[in-house]
Write a protein that binds this ligand. Structure first.
Ligand code: PGA
Length: 246
């Protein structure tokens, strides 16, 4: 695991975008799993602007969804799918066949999980997984206590996630369950990048980097991944001493 700290959110985002571009240049048909959320917003803005300017070709890549709120339609502005569509897929003019997302409205969610597992294994696994971190240390919807050997699954959301998740929605929502890739997907991905920005993440980042590796704080398992990077801005790194400044 490598930890890099950047002076601010802008520099962090540029460096994360660089990593994604490097991955796609090395492997034009890369399988990418890019998280939704507030943290990677500027990364995607930078990435898509550079893709246009520098002619970076994403047309052979495959995109798989990380997670989704169960019961929230894909076209709801708070859904992960909508976010990815708006901030990545549309700006990159991807074709429908390149994109594989969970349908969290499906009556058979188990089948959604199986389909996603098959797509990922059929493509030879995930090349780059970019994840944020929840205030409770979750990754995707791998909530505290998640199983280390799990692939895609449906999970009851932690109270913190139910509350914090409201920020993505215009109206109060009932957020009770999530569908998510599992920690086994994370551990099997060829490269993992975890990003965090802002002081509100400083406490959980301290636990993630300095606490014991445990699925009680799912993000800590990133430390056991052979090719992982934790990329932070100064504010998120505030409570951790002795880190490399990028
Ligand atoms: P955020 O979400 O980027 O909106 O803070 C992170 C997460 O919950 O994984």
């Amino acid at each position: 695991m490598k930890v890099n700290v950047y002076p601010d959110y802008e520099t962090l985002s540029q460096n994360v975008a660089d990593e994604i571009i490097r991955c796609v240049r090395n492997k034009p048909d890369a399988v990418l799993c890019l998280a939704a959320g507030d943290t990677p917003r500027l990364t995607y803005e930078t990435l898509t602007a550079r893709a246009t300017k520098e002619g970076i070709d994403f047309s052979h890549c495959t995109f798989v969804g990380l997670d989704e709120w169960v019961g929230v339609p894909l076209d709801n502005e708070g859904s992960c799918s909508w976010f990815l569509q708006r901030h990545i897929f549309t700006p990159l003019s991807l074709s429908r066949s390149q994109i594989h997302l969970f349908d969290a409205m499906a009556s058979d969610l188990e089948n959604e999980c199986n389909k996603m597992n098959e797509i990922i294994s059929g493509k030879g696994g995930i090349d780059l997984m970019l994840v944020g971190i929840g205030m409770n240390g979750h990754i995707g919807f791998n909530e505290p206590g998640a199983l280390i050997d799990s692939y895609a699954h449906v999970i009851d959301l932690d109270n913190t996630t139910r509350t914090v998740g409201q920020k993505y929605f215009r109206q109060q929502m009932s957020l009770t369950r999530g569908i998510t890739l599992g920690l086994k997907h994370l551990m099997e991905a060829r490269q993992v990048i975890l990003i965090a920005s802002g002081e509100r993440k400083a406490e959980i980042i301290k636990h993630t980097l300095r606490g014991p590796v445990t699925t009680k704080v799912p993000a800590t398992v990133v430390r056991n991944h052979p090719n992982s990077m934790i990329m932070l801005d100064e504010a998120a790194a505030r409570w951790v001493k002795g880190l490399t400044r990028g």
